[in-house]
Design a protein around this ligand. Structure first.
Ligand SMILES: Cc1ncc(COP(=O)(O)O)c(C=O)c1O
Length: 271
């Protein structure tokens, strides 16, 4: 596997004054690599550049970043490449430097996470997390570096039989998993919670909304229990059907199976 790159140079350490470290002042993308390519590159780049604009991180070098992603992905048959972009280094204090010196671009390769094939074929067991998501429209949707809610939620269990935990906001609305977006199937409709107040606007969520006729809809615990099918998605796993949430058992239904077949044929899911 090739070495991680920091601003295009093989390296593994960043400077002590980097604002990503001090304030979480930056963004990341976690991307699936298939035969040396990132099949969802355009989607990842669109989200990253849009969210850089939202944060006012302006001087990101798109051509250099794309070239670095290509260099790190080359030769990886199946794996994961992560991009981290931060506002770069800054003095002490929250105020961003008036003149931005240089953003920090990190491109890091990882082995494929060896999830059991049964996660796709039989569906996953999921728990409900106690940790809630705070509502904040200024940050909602972005894949920013402040992920402490997910860290706290993921600390809630260590049973390897539980693949994911669902998170609610402070109004009891179910929003997403710790590392996935949520869809339910109800009366043949594919529905996902809005991410205008909290949650991440995942690229796989976006793809399913665009191409599979999905729609946004608030989801309560009752909706979840009454759903015909439940599925979780992200750019790395593609999609996992949900087999069980607490005591409720779901089938791996027709909608999940047909979406997985489509993702498989597009190289976005392989088990
Ligand atoms: C909190 C959270 N929500 C949603 C997602 C799914 O995002 P994507 O489809 O872009 O991988 C992730 C992925 O890591 C995540 O960490």
């Amino acid at each position: 596997m090739s070495s991680p790159l920091i601003n295009g140079v093989p390296a593994e350490r960043i400077g002590i004054t980097d604002r990503g470290l001090h304030y979480g002042d930056g963004l990341f993308e976690t991307m699936r690599v298939h035969d040396g390519r990132i099949p969802l590159w355009t989607h990842h780049w669109q989200r990253l550049s849009r969210d850089c604009r939202r944060l006012g991180i302006e001087d990101i070098d798109a051509a250099a970043l794309h070239d670095e992603v290509r260099r790190v992905s080359t030769g990886i048959e199946r794996g994961v490449v992560k991009i981290i972009v931060t506002r770069g280094s800054g003095g002490r204090g929250y105020r961003p430097p008036p003149v931005q010196d240089q953003t920090t671009r990190m491109v890091v390769p990882y082995d494929w996470p060896d999830y059991p094939a049964a996660h796709w074929h039989e569906g996953v067991t999921v728990r409900l997390c106690r940790t809630r998501l705070g509502r904040n429209p200024a940050l909602a949707g972005m894949k920013h570096l402040n992920r402490l809610e997910q860290v706290l939620a993921r600390r809630e269990w260590d049973d390897p039989a539980v693949a994911e935990g669902l998170m609610q906001d402070d109004r009891d609305r179910v929003i997403c998993g710790t590392m996935t977006n949520l869809f339910i199937v109800k009366g043949g409709r594919l529905l996902t919670p809005p991410v205008r107040e909290c949650g991440v606007a995942g690229v796989m969520r976006g793809l399913l909304l665009e191409t599979a006729g999905g729609a946004e809809c608030t989801v309560s615990l009752e909706d979840l229990k009454a759903a015909d099918e439940v599925l979780l998605c992200n750019a790395v796993i593609g999609l996992w059907p949900v087999r069980r949430i607490e005591e409720r058992v779901y089938p791996v239904g027709a909608v999940s199976r047909s979406l997985m077949a489509r993702l498989r044929s597009d190289g976005l899911l392989d088990d």
